[in-house]
Design a protein around this ligand. Structure first.
Ligand code: NAD
Length: 262
């Protein structure tokens, strides 16, 4: 299937590893030009070098997207380099784990800046250009937590809902301009983030790391955790020409784990 991405310019956030990297790789394979963002210069350079092997045009950006300076610098650099962004994938690392009463307001603010402000600021800066050109795709990476709260992840459970509300509102407003807006909700996916969560759960519950990892598989109807590429495949479809009638959706890619009817 030709996804029609070969002349498109994508900005993929949090793309030095994990789900973001896999999204950038999928776009690179499709022949899109891809700007990737993450904080660590060495990791970004390594990711850009690997992605370059697909023959695509890759533009590395080093920025902390949890800061206003970082989002502003990202927007300035990508526009200076490519002149526009057709596909925006908002994504960062996940917030600190913890139950509902555990975090002070400073921790909440940090998570708001990481998850909600980064998505809102990048979107507000880059969507007007998409509207003018009458074509664009915005895809927010959120979490299965949007459908069903995950134990001891109150910051994620709360803020992913905020991101979903923001993007659902935006989808209603800009569909008329040829810009679609969707979110993708990963279930358990084999990345560094999942290892960190397993470690935190082991500490909290006293269970072994292995039993926690097994529970991720056992509670998932397909009997395993997902791969970053399996999330990226859905993101690439949503970015494609083929997905032009899909907007305002929160799409689970979770091996059936959520167990919800809708
Ligand atoms: P990850 O931690 O493996 O990778 C995160 C990427 O974002 C890395 O490239 C990191 O360098 C970058 N990053 C982190 N903070 C950043 C910042 N402030 N500015 C710029 N770049 C930053 O995470 P992942 O597993 O790929 O997950 C991606 C998102 O999906 C996270 O928000 C995570 O919580 C969510 N999620 C993951 C899973 C899972 O099982 N892996 C499940 C549900 C939701």
């Amino acid at each position: 299937m030709d996804l029609g991405l070969s002349k498109r310019i994508a900005l993929v956030c949090g793309a030095s590893k994990g789900i973001g990297y896999a999204c950038a790789e999928e776009f690179a394979r499709e022949g899109a030009s891809v700007a990737i963002v993450a904080r660590d210069a060495n990791s970004v350079a390594a990711a850009a070098a690997k992605l370059g092997k697909h023959g695509a045009n890759i533009f590395p950006i080093i920025a902390d997207l949890s800061t206003s300076e970082g989002t502003a610098a990202t927007v300035a650099k990508v526009i200076e380099h490519y002149g526009r962004v057709d596909v925006l994938v908002t994504n960062t690392g996940g917030p600190t784990p913890g139950p509902a009463l555990s975090h002070d307001w400073a921790a909440w603010t940090k998570a708001i800046e990481l998850l909600l402000r980064s998505a809102v600021e990048l979107t507000r800066a880059l969507v007007p250009g998409m509207q003018e050109r009458k074509w664009g795709r915005v895809i927010g990476i959120t979490s299965i937590a949007v459908k069903k709260p995950v134990a001891s992840l109150v910051l994620s459970n709360s803020l992913r809902a905020g991101v979903t509300g923001y993007y659902r509102t935006l989808a209603n407003e800009i569909g008329i301009d040829g810009v679609t807006v969707n979110t993708v909700l990963p279930g358990y996916v084999a990345t560094e983030r999942l290892e960190q969560l397993a470690e935190a759960t082991a500490k909290r519950t006293g269970a072994t790391r292995d039993s926690i990892t097994d529970s991720y598989k056992e509670g998932t109807p397909v009997g395993r955790v997902g791969t970053p590429a399996e999330i990226a495949a859905v993101v690439a479809f949503l970015a494609s020409e083929k997905a032009s009638f899909v907007t305002g959706q929160a799409i689970l890619v979770d091996g059936g784990r959520s167990g919800t009817l809708f």
